[in-house]
Design a protein around this ligand. Structure first.
Ligand SMILES: [Fe+2]
Length: 458
């Protein structure tokens, strides 16, 4: 009897302690959540002009009113400026515009919010960015590609994370993601999407994978063949993908730079200091099916479409920038390790004279483009065609690393990572950096120097 009482008391005590611990930790979690769950993702900064940026916010589960305060990063005594105040419903996405900024200047910002109708405003997120640099000066930028983020393979977020952290640690002026940033949820290779809500799931996971990179660095977006926006996809499915991308990834589109581009943000250009950066949409205007394994698409029937090609020509012709660079998912034609991969658009410099890439290559020669950056092949390599370097920037999440049988490249680096570019007067340093969680800023694996007007391998 006594033993039974002792046992019951002991069991009751364990239960009481368990309840207390559960209640206590629960309260702590609720307390923390009150501050952190007002946004469901870290902010994403895009579309930097010489006097403004957009900060994209995604609300959490409660209605909030929020605004952003900001000041120059080099200010001794911060004098805060404020954005307009915005009311956001649960899960709503909004771009807040910061204006009155100075060109080529780094700023710090804080997102301040209050639950609608209760509580006082508190700082719930923050970061920094640099505005578009108008006057020529040396600077650095980063390029990464092919994260292939999808809820069907959540482990890829774990590969993108250290790459994103390493880029953020280095504080470039801006970064570019060269496509296949997400992986369309569909029943066939590389999309199309089959449910209207799926693009939001993919872009949400992608932004989680980027961690605080887009809060700390302006990030430009380029579209690949896995975004669900290919020319051979049904328009309805493309619209789901396009609208979600434009909502969750702020960038050139409806608002554009003086260099112009497409209203859907597929292709655009901007000038940073004395560097013209041109982003192309290589899969958006090709009507024939180029999914891997499709017998329909040919090595030489890829097309940028009449409008994009005319715009590219005009953009190169009118720019007086010292440096001209092209960024796209792959060449506008393929010549790789085998026929299937060639039709898929692989091969970089090997495809310089195939199909419409021949036209792009001639434009690069005529107007002095110094480098062609692309992704798609998931490895780092640089090969020259007529002295113009074609730089494949590796991958930052994709599990597949293609070998010479697929790509046709005599050499390549398969580590996950990003390309780091230093622009300094007449030279441009190009490094490939592995995203190594144990080394802040990553680990350099390869280096390549481009002298203006002359490419030189090391
Ligand atoms: Fe890819």
């Amino acid at each position: 009897m006594f033993k039974k009482k002792v046992r019951n008391f002991a069991m009751a005590s364990v239960f009481a302690i368990a309840v207390f611990v559960w209640l206590f930790t629960g309260l702590v979690q609720v307390g923390e959540a009150a501050q952190s769950d007002l946004l469901s993702l870290p902010p994403y900064v895009g579309m930097p002009t010489e006097s403004s940026v957009l900060v994209n916010l995604v609300a959490g589960a409660r209605p909030i009113s929020c605004r952003i305060r900001f000041h120059r990063a080099d200010a001794d005594k911060p004098a805060w400026s404020f954005s307009e105040k915005t009311a956001m419903k649960p899960d709503e996405v909004a771009d807040l515009r910061l204006t009155g900024l100075e060109s080529g200047t780094r700023y710090i910002y804080e997102v301040m919010a209050a639950v609608e109708g209760e509580g006082t405003e508190q700082t719930i997120a923050g970061g920094g960015f640099k505005t578009r640099m108008v006057r020529p000066d040396k600077f650095s930028f980063a390029v990464f590609s092919d994260s292939h983020i999808t809820p069907r393979a959540p482990e890829r977020v774990g590969v993108l994370g250290p790459v994103a952290d390493a880029v953020a640690f280095r504080k470039p002026d801006f970064a570019l993601a060269l496509g296949d940033n997400i992986q369309a949820l569909g029943n066939t290779h590389a999309g199309p999407f089959v449910n209207p809500g799926d693009p939001r799931i993919c872009y949400t996971l992608y932004r989680q994978g980027l961690r605080h990179l887009p809060s700390e660095t302006v990030l430009f977006n380029v579209i690949g063949n896995w975004e669900g926006e290919n020319g051979w996809h049904p328009e309805q499915a493309r619209a789901w993908a396009r609208e979600t991308r434009m909502k969750m990834i702020p960038g050139p589109g409806v608002q554009r730079y003086a260099e112009g581009g497409s209203p859907d943000g597929g292709y655009y250009a901007f000038t940073w200091g004395d560097v013209l950066c041109i982003a192309l949409h290589v899969t958006g205007y090709t009507p024939t099916n180029h999914a891997l394994g499709s017998k329909e698409g040919k090595v030489d029937d890829w097309t940028l479409g009449e409008q994009q090609l005319a715009w590219l020509t005009e953009c190169l012709k009118t720019s007086t920038a010292k440096w001209k660079l092209i960024f796209t998912h792959h060449t506008v034609g393929g010549r790789a390790g085998d026929d299937e991969n060639s039709r898929y658009g692989r091969g970089g410099a090997l495809a310089a004279h195939v199909g419409e890439q021949q036209k792009v290559h001639e434009l690069m020669q005529k107007y002095g483009v110094q480098a062609f950056f692309y992704g798609h092949d998931h490895v780092f390599t640089y090969q020259e065609a007529d002295g113009i370097p074609y730089i494949c920037v590796g991958s930052a999440g994709a599990p597949w690393k293609f070998g010479p049988g697929e790509t046709g490249y005599p050499w390549s680096v398969r580590d996950s990572g990003f390309v780091w570019v230093d622009v300094d007067g007449e030279r441009m340093g190009v490094s490939f950096i592995a995203g190594d969680a144990s080394v802040q800023g990553g680990r350099e694996l390869k280096h390549y120097e481009i002298e203006r007007g002359k490419a030189r391998s090391q």
